[in-house]
Design a protein around this ligand. Sequence first.
Ligand SMILES: Nc1ncnc2c1ncn2[C@@H]1O[C@H](COP(=O)(O)OP(=O)(O)O)[C@@H](O)[C@H]1O
Ligand SMILES: [Mg+2]
Length: 164
Amino acid sequence: MIAKGGQLAQEEPPALAGATPLLASRQQGSRAAAWPLQDFLEFGALSGSVPCARYHARQILWEWGLARLSESVELVVSELITNAVSASSLCDRALSVRMWLMSDKARVLTLVWDANPDAPLLIKPKSDTETGRGLVLVNAVSAAWDWYPVPGMTGKVVRALVTE
Ligand SMILES: Nc1ncnc2c1ncn2[C@@H]1O[C@H](COP(=O)(O)OP(=O)(O)O)[C@@H](O)[C@H]1O
Ligand SMILES: [Mg+2]
């Protein structure tokens, strides 16, 4: 079973294995084999980056012939980039957020890096507030999600897997 929302243990959950960006280059070969379709884009840590990232994801999924997953992936992208931008604003120096999209032609993995080392928290939203729902939505539309600190670098990656 794949745990949702926890920090990665020593071993990666199988469904997410091989999809760790920013690690040593010797791992890149196996990652490319597992996820032959890959896209990367860096955005300013600005609220205007949220619709840009969402639109970009839609175009990429269309190019990959995966438009059927677009609704869920766009929602994931929107929520993860929103959170990354917001977390970046708490850092002294956080100019960008980074997004990877990867696919094996059936599933889409979205990974978002931001410079803030703090963990994302799945919180139960209060019924009368608009906030605190982003990760609840990500949790609902994804088969798995988690986060991990990036060795040798500040910040962390939050990632979510969307399947058919
Ligand atoms: N990328 C992130 N970096 C640091 N903390 C995060 C990140 N994403 C989410 N969080 C934490 O998890 C909480 C819940 O996120 P979310 O469910 O998206 O609700 P909201 O963004 O409305 O607070 C946030 O309030 C924040 O404390
Ligand atoms: Mg949020």
